[in-house]
Design a protein around this ligand. Structure first.
Ligand SMILES: Cc1ncc(C[n+]2csc(CCOP(=O)(O)OP(=O)(O)O)c2C)c(N)n1
Ligand SMILES: [Mg+2]
Length: 549
């Protein structure tokens, strides 16, 4: 029997590695919801709202490299849009499946619920345009072709795509012949060869050189070949904030985090003093470059991006990142060991007993808590800025929304990551202000039997905002005081280890219990309203200059 329009799409998403679709149902999307639930190889993962579902799909895609979210018409899809935009900014291919009213209603310009009451049915399709790399309205005639086109666009651009399903068409059988999946483009062979030679020559000429491996290496699934390049060439590497943990931080070639002039002076001097810097899949955004304090001489840079390579002023177009990395992995000669900085030893944790939890007490303890295999989801705010400079154990990964920076992302994204990788320990690090946007999503961990470790930094307000605005005491930086540690029980996460800690002694005890826990863990970390990590303190000075009005 021919597959239906939705079944066909789901079967192709499964081929890509998607086995879970996050969402909230609705009458216009019932045909999609039903098909997902009835598909034995797919799981419907219900979320509390569509924004959270989109963030969860984002967290899932960071692990599985693709993700999917399903929403209903208008009210549902618009709520998801911030999450979809985040996935666009952060290069995550997410498939957004949207149920629409049937064609009869559309043609009659009927006054249906979830419309603006003006008979227009194209508005939301238009509104999604800037935040996806391709869109289609799926019909029995076009679904085979459009599915392949949208998959190809999503994987080539590493960005979200939008698929709308009119309710009457979603369950109809597919018309048309199966199509061979569209392969991704290969590099132009002559340009690839020329670019490879030019990279080899620039590196051969450089007395000192280093690599900045970027987040796009991970998004494109190229960590293995990237590691081969490091192993073969003996080139040292540093990572920037967005790129943290793209390669194992315990290996000999790792020199530490590079954050422009703001942090790690010796790493900054080494990177900026190198004759050649090989930047691979890196974007120099404000918060990835120490508030634009990175001083990388374009003449000394080799920039390998997804579809082109640039060496100094010369651009080599149509060179795919995967192709040039494969060529370099085979050809780069081993360099002699040069003088290079060593990653800073972990700082000793300050404080004990009844001492309050200062930043110098907190971050070294959180660093020590992490273990091999952890997935750390770090929210925008002072906590990620503190933890971003921790040295991660092997096979542990750090995720942060460095460009989009939408607070509330990390709580649902950590749920998505836990669904994507149920065998790993997921560690959520969030400020309480960010947590208030999406806290209800922790209920899903309990519902799906997942056991995360959640740290909620309660510093009585929006600390990073206090540090950046004109007057830190302004009322807009204050929050409703919640009893955070009581949330898991209220939200159905029974049997979790929960604690509210206000002193170093309590924190040590809670961390000890948490490290042995076989249940979910939720720890509310109460600090002084101004206990800020060093990077947050420094941003206070440099961003104020940057934003000066
Ligand atoms: C959706 C969204 N709204 C507002 C902001 C602006 N913003 C950035 S950080 C922040 C406060 C974060 O506070 P909290 O989570 O308590 O962390 P803290 O800095 O206090 O550690 C706000 C409001 C944002 N980034 N995203
Ligand atoms: Mg706070």
């Amino acid at each position: 029997m021919a597959m239906t329009v939705v079944q066909h799409v789901l079967s192709r998403l499964r081929n890509l590695g998607i086995t879970d679709v996050f969402g909230v149902p609705g009458d216009f999307s019932f045909p999609i919801n039903d098909a997902i639930c009835l598909d034995p190889k797919m799981r419907w993962i219900g979320c509390c709202n569509e924004l959270n579902a989109a963030y969860a799909a984002d967290g899932y895609a960071r692990i599985r490299r693709v993700g999917a979210v399903c929403t209903t018409y208008g009210v549902g899809e618009l709520s998801a849009l911030n999450g979809i935009a985040g996935a666009f900014a952060e290069n995550l291919p997410i498939f957004h499946l949207v149920g629409m009213p049937n064609r009869a209603a559309q043609e009659a310009r009927a006054l249906m619920h979830h419309t603006l009451g003006n008979g227009e049915y194209d508005l939301f399709f238009q509104m999604t345009k800037p935040v996806v790399c391709a869109r289609a309205l799926m019909t029995p005639q076009n679904v085979v072709y459009e599915t392949e086109r949208l998959i190809a666009e999503a994987l080539y651009n590493l960005r979200p795509v939008y698929m709308a399903f009119p309710a009457d068409l979603a369950g109809q059988p597919v018309l048309g012949l199966p199509q061979t999946p569209t392969g991704l483009p290969h590099s132009d062979p002559a340009t690839l060869a020329a670019a490879t030679e030019a990279v080899m020559a620039a590196l051969a000429e450089a007395r000192t050189a280093c690599v900045l491996p970027g987040f796009l290496v991970a998004r494109a699934g190229l960590q293995t070949v990237m590691q081969t390049i490091i192993d073969a060439s003996n080139l040292p590497f540093a990572t920037m904030f967005w790129d943290k943990s793209v390669l194992d931080e315990q290996q000999a070639g790792y020199i530490g985090m590079y954050d422009g002039a703001l942090m790690n002076e010796d790493v900054c001097a080494f990177v900026e003093g190198s004759d050649c810097v090989l930047a691979i899949g890196v974007l120099l955004t404000d918060l990835n470059s120490g508030a634009f304090t990175a001083r990388l001489d374009p003449e000394k840079m080799i920039s390998i991006s997804l579809h082109q390579t640039r060496i100094g002023k010369k651009t080599f177009p149509n060179v795919e990142m995967g192709d040039i990395l494969a060529a370099l992995a085979q050809r780069l000669p081993r360099r002699a060991d040069g003088k290079r900085p060593l990653p800073a030893a972990p700082a000793a944790a300050e404080g004990c007993g009844a001492d309050p939890i200062s930043a110098a007490a907190l971050y070294p303890r959180l660093e020590r808590f992490l273990r091999t295999g952890d997935l750390v989801m770090a929210e925008t705010g002072t906590i990620s800025m503190g933890l971003g400079f921790a040295r991660l154990p092997s096979d542990a990964f750090f995720y942060n929304q460095t460009l989009w920076g939408s607070i509330g992302w990390a709580t649902p994204a950590s749920f998505g990551a836990a669904i994507a990788a149920p065998d790993r320990r997921v560690v959520l690090m969030t400020g309480e202000g960010a947590h208030q946007l999406t806290a209800q999503e922790i209920s899903q961990f309990g519902r799906y039997g997942l056991k995360p470790v959640i740290f909620v930094l309660n510093n009585a307000g929006y600390l990073i905002e206090r540090l950046l605005c004109k007057d830190p005491t302004m009322a807009y930086n204050d929050l409703a005081p919640w009893n955070y540690a009581e949330l898991p029980r209220a939200l159905g996460c029974d049997g979790w280890f929960t604690a509210r800690v206000t002193t170093c002694g309590e924190l040590d005890l809670a961390l000890e219990t948490a490290s042995r826990a076989t249940t979910g863990v939720y720890i509310e970390l109460v600090t002084d309203p101004y206990a800020a990590s060093p990077l947050a303190q420094k941003l206070h000075d440099s961003l104020r200059t940057l934003y000066k009005s």
